[in-house]
Design a binder for this molecule. Structure first.
Ligand SMILES: C[S@@+](CC[C@H](N)C(=O)[O-])C[C@H]1O[C@@H](n2cnc3c(N)ncnc32)[C@H](O)[C@@H]1O
Length: 211
């Protein structure tokens, strides 16, 4: 059964503590709500922004960028010569993301790719300071195997939905739930990473690569 990790009142309280966000982000947030599109939302967005600043990341690879909401948070935190690669299987999402990045004057930091995020990542020659996973949940274990090798030592692997609205507590869940449980077991048993799971919105995993 799906449950909210934090109550809407607590989430609203935290959000009200945070400064007023970029107007393009607010517009994207409204679009997400109107179309019922699962963006990470402002609490996770600000965490992504903070982690990017903390690690002084210069390049980010996002698996499952949708119409660019979480990617815009990364882009806001990146230095002027920083780059975020947005990958999504939907051309429509990618075109929308381009429009929002232009509107926010951040298009110079973005590279847009349409197709399977795993395939695109496997073809990238460079490694990344941050890799963010937010694709189809059944693909999470495969995405982890690939992303682990493509993130720099000292960099971060971040993944959304690691509590899967409480369904990780189910003994025998559906395919998505079982895939997330497998992902969590794999990640938190990997001694090449120092990993934490934050119960923000639907659970955000942050893994710091040490070797
Ligand atoms: C949860 S949404 C992403 C939301 C986005 N990260 C945000 O917070 O703004 C998941 C996205 O992943 C895309 N997706 C799912 N599986 C994919 C795959 N294998 N390759 C590329 N995109 C994928 C979907 O089209 C969808 O736009």
């Amino acid at each position: 059964m799906k449950t909210l990790i934090a109550s809407p009142e607590i989430e609203r309280y935290i959000q009200n503590l945070y400064p007023v966000e970029d107007p393009t982000l607010s517009e994207m947030g409204e679009l997400g709500e109107k179309t019922n599109f699962p963006i990470v939302g402002p609490l996770v967005g600000r965490l992504l922004y903070q982690l990017t600043k903390l690690t002084r990341a210069k390049n980010v690879f996002e698996m499952g960028s949708g119409f660019g909401y979480s990617a815009l948070w990364f882009a806001l935190a990146l230095p002027e010569d920083g780059v975020i690669h947005l990958t999504d299987q939907s051309t429509k999402n990618s075109e929308l993301a381009k429009r929002f990045f232009l509107q926010a004057n951040l298009a110079h930091k973005a590279r847009f790719h349409v197709g399977d995020s795993l395939e695109i990542l496997s073809k990238m020659r460079e490694n990344f300071d941050i890799i963010f996973i937010d694709i189809e949940k059944e693909l999470y274990p495969k995405a982890l195997d690939l992303a682990k090798s493509k993130v720099n030592v000292g960099g971060l692997l971040i993944a959304d939905n690691l509590l899967w609205f409480g369904q990780v507590l189910e003994k025998h869940g559906d395919a998505s739930t079982e895939a997330i449980k497998e992902f969590n077991q794999k990640l938190f048993n990997d001694c090449n990473f120092i990993s934490t799971l934050h119960p923000v919105r639907d659970g955000v995993g942050v893994a710091y690569k040490i070797a």
